[in-house]
Design a protein around this ligand. Structure first.
Ligand SMILES: Cc1n[nH]c(N)c1-c1cccs1
Length: 328
């Protein structure tokens, strides 16, 4: 396990409760270690965010870490990583998270080159359900990528969980919403015309899932630096220019390609929403959904009548959030 001095740096209460061992990965804001809860011998992941690692932006690092912790503690869905425990000292945050033995989706795609279409569909369905839950609770992830999707085991058929909420945004009632509720006697016309496009910030998650699905199916990204394309990556993205390389895509269904095309629409107003993606023919696959629901809500956590666990309920009693629940 850890060198003695590393262990001694930890808060006493933490090291009495957990034994920290080897490094199992690196998150955006710090490293991740394997830990054991002494009382139960259960394995957990410890993510350490060292405030000193961000000298220039210590303020934002703290704020983003605190926002991430605030979000992490509020959410409850089988495909969103759960916080098991939390400690902090003057210079670090210690966040204990569910351990996902299968590691990152990024490494799975790298090792398999391409993920088989039925497995990619099973993972993608779970990502859609997780992001549907976030959006229904007024949370936008804003940093969805294969590094932030973890796998529960080394088997193809497994639960996936999304992690790293430090770029997330919580949507609050905006000044624009309050303005639009009042009498518009003195209100300028552009306030109304601008209002039409406000509220699509959640569409960024749909785009990112489109890129993740493309990478899972094809084994290469839709937008990447390549002199032969003659465009920067940002220009490829803003112009929506990508290629379905035949040798990679020939064995993949037209329905799968269609979902990718409709998620990678440059205009967020016409891009497929998460809800619409869940209704797409490619996802109208009862066998896949049965498998997914079975691993997301294993029978030991189901009620007598077999209904799903409360995990799927939205945390806020408000249920679905409309587009207007957006910041300006
Ligand atoms: C969090 C978490 N839980 N289980 C694993 N493998 C992680 C990792 C995140 C980033 C690298 S490893």
């Amino acid at each position: 396990d850890l060198m003695a001095d590393e262990q001694s740096n930890l808060p006493k209460e933490l090291s009495e409760k957990y034994m920290i061992t080897k490094k199992i990965g690196v998150g955006v804001c710090g490293e991740v270690k394997l830990a054991f809860e002494r009382a139960t011998c259960k394995k957990v992941a410890l993510k350490t965010i060292n405030k000193k690692d961000f000298p220039a932006s210590v303020g934002t690092a703290t704020r983003s870490a605190e926002r991430e912790i605030q979000i992490l503690q509020k959410i409850d869905h089988p495909c969103l990583i759960k916080t098991k425990d939390f400690f902090q000292t003057d210079d670090s945050y210690y966040i204990f998270l569910e351990l996902m033995e299968g590691g990152e989706l990024f490494d799975r795609v790298k090792s398999k080159q391409q993920i088989k279409e039925p497995i990619a569909k099973l993972y993608f369905y779970q990502m859609l359900k997780a992001v549907e839950y976030l959006h229904n609770n007024g949370i936008i992830h804003r940093d969805l990528k294969p590094e932030n999707v973890l796998l529960s085991s080394h088997d193809d058929v497994c639960v996936i969980k999304i992690t790293d909420f430090n770029q997330s945004k919580i949507l609050e009632e905006s000044a624009l919403m309050r303005t639009l509720c009042g009498t518009p006697t003195y209100l300028a016309p552009e306030v109304f015309t601008d209002a039409v496009t406000v509220g699509y910030s959640r569409a960024v998650d749909a785009w990112s899932l489109g890129v993740v699905l493309f990478v899972c199916l094809a084994g290469y990204p839709p937008f990447y630096p390549d002199a032969r394309i003659g465009l920067s990556v940002s220009d490829q993205i803003t112009q929506g220019i990508y290629t379905f390389i035949p040798s990679k895509w020939d064995g993949i269904s037209d329905d799968a390609k269609d979902v990718v095309k409709k998620l990678l629409r440059v205009d967020p107003n016409v891009r497929l929403t998460i809800e619409e993606a869940l209704q797409h023919p490619w996802l109208m696959d009862e066998a896949m959904k049965e498998t997914a629901e079975g691993i997301m809500y294993p029978k030991d956590s189901r009620d007598a009548d077999g209904t799903a666990d409360s995990g799927d309920a939205t945390v806020a009693s408000t249920g679905k959030r409309s587009r207007e629940d957006e910041e300006e």
